[in-house]
Design a protein around this ligand. Structure first.
Ligand code: TYD
Ligand code: MG
Length: 456
């Protein structure tokens, strides 16, 4: 039977199909199918290939597996080590995804610099920038040892050869989307190229025990361009996020075969590269106005880490029939919902008022524990009464105006105390989680009406 020479790939999720279709049956995106030559060996050959000689693999019982304590390599950045689960595991494949221009190349170049001080050989392979461009960036970051070698190359077989020849301990591939294999005729960045390239790198990592970092750009849907296929092939997936205009960046673990994905790392982009932020709360609260109405300090959890930040609201009389609402950093519909709760439960005539909500610092949150802070910011701005100083607020608000319990209340209160706050408004039902904390006033609220009363 003659095999068709081309195949259609969804550029969003990597779904394969023999025919073109308008909507991808797997991820329901429209117009994402592109025709690519079906590469020799992309499908079915792994199992179809006859084994010729060599050792057969035999099943073993768990007791007979030697447990090796994986010695981790520290990246020299505490925040990154934490997200990786304690450092780099030799032979691991790590994907670092993020929007273009967010600082992936900068981060990895800095990691290379730190590693270069302790390891004999590091290889940084860029398919995006020339040696001069990398040099320019490197000169902003600082001085480099000559244990770091650079290579500008996009051809994977050349890269494989170079790696086998140089035998570095850590390799960085700056952008998987620029890499290509000659045998595959589709363009670099297409699903089959990215998938093959990752396969090659994975083999290299596992067989040679080299740790490889792969940079992957993210499309506006928030997935690594085309290849979500990439995510399940690699050991660890980290996303680098943040507002390009704000200087803080968050590195978030999405998948980790060697640790938990609950950790985040916080960085700040400076002129001389990325700097770790050891105390994110302090950083997010710097510049908070004192005695201004509509400003509330809230406590959110980023993974297992509590973080204080400022929620701002500006409520003013609407000039048109329809009130204007905007929400920066929070879900727009959630803001509308909470304002409706206030209208109904506290009889505030908010439908005649515009409301602008913002989370200072350009951070984006979706945690329901931010509800109570938003509610209080709106009330405070509407009445033009500032919230008492040194007060932190958290809690989820339900449709009948009840304040509901949130997780990890204890950590949140401790974080507030650590930063010198003296008062915490929290859900009454979370009170039993925070028994033995002294030196800070805990105000339990059960409804939004209680909360309104507590700030007067
Ligand atoms: P970059 O690492 O090139 O992003 P990516 O590889 O994710 O596309 O980061 C580029 C941005 O970082 C660019 O807008 C300039 C800024 N930057 C600094 O602010 N300070 C620095 O020291 C460096 C190297 C870059
Ligand atoms: Mg880059």
């Amino acid at each position: 039977m003659k095999k068709s020479a081309t195949i259609f790939f969804c550029q969003n999720c990597g779904y394969e199909s023999a025919k073109w279709s308008g909507q991808c049956p797997a991820c329901r995106e429209w117009n994402t199918f592109a025709e690519e030559p079906s590469a020799p060996g992309t499908k079915g050959t792994a199992s179809g290939k006859k084994r010729t000689g060599g050792k057969r693999s035999t099943p073993v019982s768990l007791d007979h597996v030697e447990s090796k304590d994986q010695a981790r390599i520290s990246t020299g950045m505490r925040e990154l080590d934490q997200v990786l689960g304690g450092g780099i595991v030799p032979g691991s494949l790590v994907l670092v995804g993020g929007d273009p221009g967010i600082g992936k190349s900068t981060l990895l170049l800095q990691v290379c610099r730190n590693l270069g001080e302790r390891l004999p050989k590091i290889l940084y392979i860029s398919g995006e920038e020339s040696l001069q461009q990398i040099k320019l960036r490197a000169s902003r970051i600082g001085s480099f040892r000559d244990t770091l070698k650079l290579l500008c190359e996009t051809n994977l077989s050349e890269i494989e050869e170079a790696v086998l020849e140089e035998r570095p301990q850590v390799v960085v591939i700056d952008s998987i989307q620029t890499m290509y294999q000659e045998e595959i005729t589709s363009a670099p960045g297409s699903v089959s190229q990215v998938r093959e390239a990752t396969g090659v790198l994975m083999r290299l990592a596992k067989e040679q025990g080299i740790s490889i970092f792969i940079v992957g750009h993210v499309t506006k849907e928030g997935t690594v361009a085309g290849p979500r296929v990439l995510e399940h092939m690699v050991d660890t997936v980290l996303y680098f996020e943040g507002d390009r205009h704000a200087s803080y960046r968050i590195l978030r673990g999405v998948k980790n075969r060697f640790g938990s994905t609950n950790e985040i790392g916080v960085f700040e982009m400076r002129e001389d590269g990325l700097r770790e932020v050891a105390n994110p709360s302090e950083y997010m609260l710097s510049g908070k106005p004192e005695g201004a109405s509509g400003s509330v300090v809230a406590c959110t959890m980023e993974g297992t880490r509590p973080m204080l930040l400022e929620v701002q609201a500006l409520v003013c009389k609407t000039n048109f029939g329809l009130p204007r609402r905007t929400a920066a950093g929070m879900d727009y519909n959630r803001v509308n919902l909470l304002m409706a709760v206030l209208e109904k439960r506290l009889n505030l005539p908010l439908s005649g008022y515009d409301a602008y909500v913002n989370i200072a610092g350009g951070i984006r949150l979706s945690e329901p524990a931010m509800d109570l802070a938003l509610v209080l910011a709106v009330i405070s701005s509407y009445k033009d009464v500032p919230i008492p100083e040194k007060t932190v607020v958290f809690g989820e608000v339900g449709l009948s105006g009840e304040v509901r319990a949130v997780s990890m209340a204890q950590q949140r209160v401790l974080e507030a105390k650590k930063l010198g706050f003296t008062r915490v408004l929290l859900p009454g039902s979370s009170m039993e989680q925070v028994k033995n904390i002294k030196g800070i006033e805990l105000v339990a609220v059960a409804t939004v009406r209680d909360a309104q009363g507590a700030i007067r």
